[in-house]
Write a new protein. Structure first.
Ligand SMILES: Cc1ncc(COP(=O)(O)O)c(C=O)c1O
Length: 388
C-alpha cells in the first residue's frame, strides 16, 4: 500500500478549515497589476529608530535565548505603557509574558483555559484564529453574530442569548478586525456586568487599541473588577508597524501566567531576542511614530467613508483598526462572487466577508493599510464595477 500522509493526520486538524483569507489570496498570487485592499498589515516599514536598535543589538552580539517570560527591560516597558495609556497596574515580574505575536498569546490563553467541551463565546465577524484555536484546544466555539444595523457592536443581550452552563470564555476584539467597530466605555461596562453575572473569563485582544479615531481607547481590564477576569492580549504588529518582528504580550493575573508559561517554555522557549530588542526601543521612542501612522490611517479612513457614500456603497463608519466593511448585498451577488469578479474584472483585491464567519456574508473587507494613491484608484475601479 502506498504511503498516505492523510492516514496519520488527526481528525481534529483535518476538521479545521483553512483560512478564508489565504484561500482567496492564493487565487490572486500570480496575477499582476492588482491593487490590493486585502492585506491586514501596515503598509509602513517599521520606523528606523526601531530597526536601528535591532541592528545595533546584533552588532553587540545579542543573539541568545532570553527568559521564558521575555526580557525584563521589555516587560518593564510594557508595564509602563499599560499604566500610562490605560491606568493599568501589572507586576513585570509575575503578570506579564512576552509572546510570539498576539497570535501565540491567543492560542496559549485558550489552551490554558479550555477543558474539552468548554464553550468559548466569540463575537462575529471576527479575526480568523479565534475559532480555529478554540477547536485546537478541544473547546466549542459559540459564535455570536453582530450586525451592521447595530454597527457591529456586541451587546449584553447578544451574550445572554448564547450563555449555557458550559460557557467559560468570552473573546473580545475591539477595535475589530474586520468591521472596524469600537465599543465605548459605557458599552464595555455593560458587557462587564454580564461577564460577572455568568462568571466568565475574558480574553481581550487589544492589538488595535492604538488605532481608534473617534475616541480614546479603553482597555477591558481597566473596568471595575475586570482586571482579575481579563487575559489582556496585545502586541506591536499593528500600532508600530512591526508584523514581521513577531512580538506580542499577555498581561494578567500571576496564576494564569504561571500556567501559560508551561506551554510557552516547552513549545516556544522565548520570543526572538531581536524582536524584543526592537520592541524595547519601540516603547521608549516609537510612540510619536504611532501617532504619525494613526493620523495617516485616519486620513484614508475619512476618504473611504466619503467615497463609499458618493458611489452608493453602504457602510457602517469604521472607528478603529484599518478596515472598512461595506455591504455588497444590494448588488445581488454573494461576497465571494463579488470579490472574485472585482478581482478578475477590475484587478482590485478585497477579502470576502465570510472569511470572518457566517455573519460576514454580504460584506467585503477593504483594508486601508495601503497608500492613498492606491486607495483612490481602487475606489475608482470599485465605482466602475458597481455603477458601470
Ligand atoms: C484581531 C487580531 N488579533 C491578532 C492578530 C495577530 O497579530 P500578531 O501579528 O501580533 O500575531 C491579528 C492580525 O491580523 C488581528 O487582526
Amino acid at each position: 500500500m502506498s504511503f498516505q500522509p492523510d492516514h496519520y493526520i488527526t481528525e481534529d486538524i483535518k476538521a479545521i478549515p483553512p483560512s478564508g483569507i489565504r484561500k482567496f489570496f492564493d487565487l490572486c498570487a500570480n496575477s499582476k497589476d492588482i491593487i490590493s485592499l486585502g492585506v491586514g498589515e501596515p503598509d509602513f516599514v517599521s520606523p528606523w529608530t526601531i530597526r536601528e536598535a535591532c541592528v545595533y543589538s546584533l552588532e553587540k552580539g545579542y543573539t541568545m535565548y532570553t527568559s521564558n517570560y521575555g526580557m525584563l527591560e521589555l516587560r518593564q516597558e510594557i508595564v509602563r505603557y499599560l499604566y500610562e495609556r490605560f491606568g493599568l497596574c501589572y507586576d513585570e515580574n509575575k503578570e506579564v509574558i512576552v509572546t510570539v505575536g498576539a497570535s501565540e498569546a491567543i492560542d496559549m490563553a485558550l489552551r490554558t483555559l479550555i477543558n474539552p467541551g468548554d464553550e468559548v463565546l466569540i463575537p462575529e465577524p471576527c479575526y480568523v484564529s479565534y475559532q480555529a484555536c478554540t477547536l485546537m484546544s478541544h473547546g466549542k466555539p459559540v459564535m455570536i453574530p453582530t450586525t451592521a444595523e447595530k454597527s457591529f457592536k456586541l451587546t449584553p443581550a447578544d451574550i445572554e442569548a448564547k450563555i449555557t452552563p458550559k460557557s467559560k470564555v468570552l473573546m473580545l476584539s475591539f477595535p475589530n478586525n474586520p468591521t472596524g467597530a469600537v465599543l465605548t466605555e459605557d458599552e464595555l461596562l455593560a458587557l462587564a456586568e454580564v461577564v460577572k453575572k455568568h462568571d466568565l473569563i475574558v480574553i481581550s485582544d487589544e492589538i488595535y487599541s492604538e488605532l481608534t479615531y473617534e475616541q480614546e481607547p479603553v482597555s477591558f481590564a481597566s473596568l471595575p473588577d475586570m482586571k482579575e477576569r481579563t487575559i489582556l492580549v496585545s502586541g506591536l504588529s499593528k500600532a508600530f508597524a512591526m508584523t514581521g518582528w513577531r512580538v506580542g504580550y499577555i498581561a494578567c493575573d500571576a496564576e494564569f501566567i504561571q500556567a501559560m508559561v508551561k506551554i510557552h517554555q516547552y513549545t516556544i522557549l522565548c520570543a526572538p531576542i531581536m524582536g524584543q530588542m526592537a520592541a524595547i526601543e519601540a516603547f521608549r521612542n516609537g510612540i510619536k511614530e504611532v501617532v504619525r501612522m494613526r493620523t495617516e490611517y485616519d486620513h484614508r479612513r475619512r476618504y473611504i467613508v466619503k467615497k463609499a457614500k458618493d458611489i452608493g456603497l453602504d457602510m457602517v463608519t469604521p472607528e478603529g483598526a484599518f478596515y472598512a466593511f461595506p455591504s455588497i448585498e444590494k448588488f445581488g451577488m454573494d461576497c465571494e462572487t463579488f470579490a472574485t469578479r472585482l478581482l478578475q474584472e477590475k484587478r482590485v483585491a478585497v477579502v470576502p466577508g465570510n472569511a470572518f464567519g457566517k455573519s460576514g456574508e454580504g460584506f467585503i473587507r477593504c483594508s486601508y493599510a495601503t497608500s492613498m494613491k492606491q486607495i483612490e484608484e481602487a475606489f475608482h475601479r470599485i465605482d466602475q464595477f458597481i455603477n458601470g
